[in-house]
Design a protein around this ligand. Structure first.
Ligand code: M6R
Length: 606
C-alpha cells in the first residue's frame, strides 16, 4: 500500500528510485511518480497512472538528478490519475512531497489555512505540501521549522510516512513518519529512505530505524534525527541479512506459484532454524518465562494471518493447556474484549507492518503487557515494537495472496507451542514430535505441489464459470475453509465463503443451486462423517462437490487425497490444494494473479 523511495548524493538517483519502486510493486499500487533534482537548477517531475512501466516509458535520456523521491500510490483520496499521483508539489513549484498513509484532519487544515489555494489534486497529501509552502513563504520560516509546524498540526489518529524536498536545498530529504513504515538506508557516499529494506537492498544492507514523531534530515553524508520539540536523538544503524536475488521470480510465470512451491523448503528451513541438531526447539527462554507468567494467550492478526491464528489457538490449547483466543486486529483495536488478569499477546503478521495490528500493539505497549510478534520481516514495525520476535524464515513473499507465510505461521506456532508446553510441563507437548511432523508435512506438501495438473483441471472444470463457491469443514477444517475461500475470492474474484459445514442448514444452504461448487475439507476423524453428510445435502440441491481429504479418511471418489500427518497439523497440507485451485482459477480467467484488483500486499492504513 503506497511505496516510497528517496535518495540523495548519487548520479544514479533516478535508477535507484525506479529499482526501489519496482521492489515495492508487491505492496499494490495504481499510479507511480518520481521527482529528481540535479542540484544545478534543473529538476524533473514525471507521474503516470497505471504500472511503473508507464512511468519508465515517459523517462527521456535528459532526465537525471543527484537527489530525488519516488512513489507508488494506492488510491485513498481521489481515483488513480496523473493529477492524484505523487509526488505532489506546492503552487510555486518549490516543494515536492511523497506520502504513505491518511491525514485524517486534512479537510479541516485545508479549510483553516488554505482557502485561497487552487488545488491540482483531490489528495490529502497536497494539503500538506501546500501548507509547508505557506508557512515558509508567508511566515518566513525555514523549511525544517515549517515542516515541523505542519507535522504538529496533523491529528494524532493520522498515519504518514513523508519525504519532502525543497528546490532551494535540493540535496536534503526532510523525512517523518507516524504509524506508516519508513527506513533510512545508508549507502557509500549517499543515503536513501524507503518503505522497506527490500526497496534499498541492491544498494545497502545497513539501515537506520525511524521512530514515530521524529523529524529526520537526510543528506548525502549524514543523517540527523530530532524529536518534535527539536531535541537531537542518536541512533545506531543495524544490518539485515537478505539476499537481493531472493525476491526474483526466476522461471516462474507468477510469484504466487513460486511461493506455493517453496513451502516444503520453508518447512525444512524452519526445522533447521528452530531445532538445529537438537530434538528440542530452541526458543528464547525469556519469552517462555514471560508466557509462563500469563493466564491467557491472545492472538492478533488480519486476513490470512488471522486465519493462521485460528489454527494456532487450537495448537496452543492442546499442547499447552492455556486458554487461547484469536482476534481480528481491526476489531480488537476498537472493541477490546474484557481481558484476563495476565494477558500475553501474539501478533501474527507476514509483513510486520499491518496498520490494524500495529494499532493494537500500541495499546498493548501503553498497558505494559508482554507481546511476541511472529513475522517474516525482521526489524519490521511490529517486530521492533513487540517485547519479543520470532521469525518465519519464509523468504520474501511478493504475491499479494499470502501462501507460504500462512503455512510458516502455523509451523512456528506449533514449534512455539511445543517449546512452551514442555516449559510448563504439559504432557501433551512432550508427546508431540513437531520436528518429525514438520518433516512429514514438507514431504506431503511436495507431493501435493507435484500434482498440479489435477488441480488445474479441477479449477477449469468447476471454478472457471460460477460466480459463487463454498469451502466447508468442521473444527480446524473450518478454519482452513476460511483461508481457502479468501485465496479464491481475492485473486479470482469468485465470491467464495468458508463455512462451518454444520451451519449451512441454518440459512446458507438456500444459496446452493445447480453447479454451485462446494469444496469439503475432511481431515479430522471426529467430524469426517458429519462433513460428508453436509456435502451430500448440498449435492442433493444441485451442488458440484469437490473433496480435499486426508488419506486415512479417503473414499474412492474423493477429488484430492492428502498424505497423512498429525491431524492438528493437517491445515499445513489441506490449504495447499486450495492455494493451487485459486491460482489456476485466476490464471484461467486471464487475471493478474500476483496483483489482484483493489488489494495491497502491505496494508499500512486503517
Ligand atoms: O502482513 P500481514 O500478515 O499482517 O497481512 C495481513 C493481511 O493483510 C494479509 O494476510 C491479506 O489478507 C492477504 N492478502 C491474504 O492473502
Amino acid at each position: 500500500m503506497c511505496g516510497i523511495v528517496g535518495v540523495t548524493g548519487t548520479d544514479r538517483s533516478l535508477s535507484i528510485l525506479i529499482e526501489g519502486l519496482k521492489r515495492l510493486e508487491y505492496r499494490g499500487y495504481d499510479s507511480a511518480g518520481v521527482y529528481v533534482n540535479d542540484l544545478h537548477g534543473h529538476d524533473y517531475l514525471i507521474k503516470r497512472p497505471g504500472r511503473i512501466a508507464n512511468l519508465e516509458a515517459a523517462l527521456t535520456d535528459d532526465i537525471n538528478g543527484l537527489a530525488g523521491i519516488g512513489h507508488t500510490r494506492w488510491a485513498t483520496h481521489g481515483g488513480p490519475s496523473e493529477a492524484n499521483a505523487h509526488p505532489h508539489y506546492s503552487s510555486d513549484n518549490r516543494f515536492y512531497l511523497v506520502h504513505n498513509g491518511v491525514i485524517e484532519n486534512y479537510a479541516q487544515l485545508k479549510k483553516e489555512y488554505l482557502g485561497e489555494v487552487t488545488f491540482r489534486s483531490q489528495t490529502d497529501t497536497e494539503v500538506i505540501v501546500q501548507l509547508v509552502d505557506k508557512f515558509v513563504v508567508e511566515n518566513n520560516m525555514t523549511t525544517e521549522a515549517a515542516f515541523l509546524k505542519v507535522l504538529r498540526l496533523i491529528s494524532n489518529d493520522s498515519s504518514y510516512a513523508f519525504v519532502l524536498m525543497d528546490r532551494e536545498q535540493p540535496d536534503t530529504l526532510f523525512v517523518a513518519k507516524n504509524k506508516s513504515p519508513l527506513l533510512v538506508g545508508l549507502g557509500d557516499g549517499y543515503n536513501m529512505v524507503g518503505s522497506d529494506a527490500m526497496s534499498m537492498i541492491k544498494e545497502t544492507k545497513k539501515f537506520m530505524e525511524i521512530g514515530d514523531h521524529e523529524l529526520v534530515i537526510v543528506k548525502p553524508d549524514h543523517v540527523d534525527i530530532k524529536d518534535f520539540t527539536g531535541n537531537d536523538k542518536t541512533r545506531n544503524p543495524f544490518e539485515v541479512d537478505i539476499d537481493a536475488n531472493s525476491a526474483d521470480k526466476g522461471a516462474y510465470p507468477y510469484y504466487m506459484l513460486k511461493e506455493i512451491d517453496e513451502q516444503p523448503a520453508v518447512m525444512r528451513k524452519l526445522v533447521q532454524q528452530y531445532f538445529g541438531d537438537s530434538d528440542q526447539p530452541q526458543i528464547n527462554e525469556e519469552l517462555l518465562k514471560s508466557m509462563a507468567e500469563s493466564d491467557h494467550i491472545y492472538i492478533i492478526g488480519a486476513g490470512t494471518s488471522y486465519h493462521a491464528g485460528l489454527v494456532g489457538s487450537r495448537i496452543f490449547e492442546r499442547l499447552c493447556g492455556v486458554p487461547t483466543s484469536v482476534h481480528i486486529s481491526s476489531e480488537f483495536a476498537y472493541e477490546q474484549p474484557l481481558l484476563s488478569k495476565k494477558p500475553f499477546f501474539i501478533f501474527l503478521s507476514q509483513s510486520g507492518e499491518t496498520a490494524d495490528s500495529r494499532q493494537v500493539l500500541v495499546t498493548i505497549n501503553e498497558n505494559k503487557w508482554p507481546s511476541l510478534t511472529i513475522t517474516n520481516v525482521d526489524k519490521s514495525t511490529l517486530s521492533r515494537e513487540a517485547t519479543f520476535t520470532e521469525l518465519l524464515y519464509a523468504g520474501p513473499e511478493i504475491a499479494v495472496a499470502s501462501t507460504k507465510a500462512y503455512t510458516a505461521q502455523i509451523a512456528v506456532e506449533a514449534i512455539l507451542a511445543k517449546a512452551f508446553g514442555e516449559f510448563i510441563g504439559n504432557p501433551e507437548a512432550k508427546k508431540f514430535d513437531v520436528k518429525h511432523q514438520l518433516g512429514l508435512v514438507a514431504n506431503g506438501m511436495q507431493a501435493i505441489t507435484d500434482s498440479k495438473k489435477t488441480l488445474e483441471e479441477v479449477a477449469a472444470r468447476f471454478l472457471s464459470k460460477p460466480r459463487n463457491a463454498f469451502y466447508i469443514g468442521r473444527g480446524i477444517d473450518w478454519t482452513v475453509s476460511l483461508e481457502a475461500a479468501l485465496k479464491l475470492k481475492e485473486i479470482s474474484y469468485v465470491q467464495a465463503e468458508g463455512f462451518a459445514s454444520g451451519e449451512l442448514k441454518h440459512g446458507t444452504i438456500a444459496l446452493i443451486e445447480n453447479n454451485t461448487p462446494v469444496i469439503g475439507i475432511i481431515t479430522q476423524d471426529r467430524t469426517a462423517g458429519l462433513t460428508r453428510s453436509n456435502l451430500d445435502e448440498t449435492e442433493a440441491r444441485g451442488a458440484n462437490i469437490i473433496t480435499i481429504v486426508s488419506r486415512h479418511l479417503a473414499q474412492e471418489d474423493d477429488t484430492i487425497v492428502l498424505p497423512d500427518v498429525d491431524q492438528m497439523l493437517s491445515p499445513l497440507l489441506s490449504v495447499v490444494p486450495a492455494q493451487l485451485l485459486a491460482y489456476y482459477t485466476s490464471l484461467g480467467k486471464g487475471l493478474d494473479v500476483d496483483k489482484p484488483r483493489n488489494l495491497a500486499k502491505s496494508v499500512t492504513v486503517q
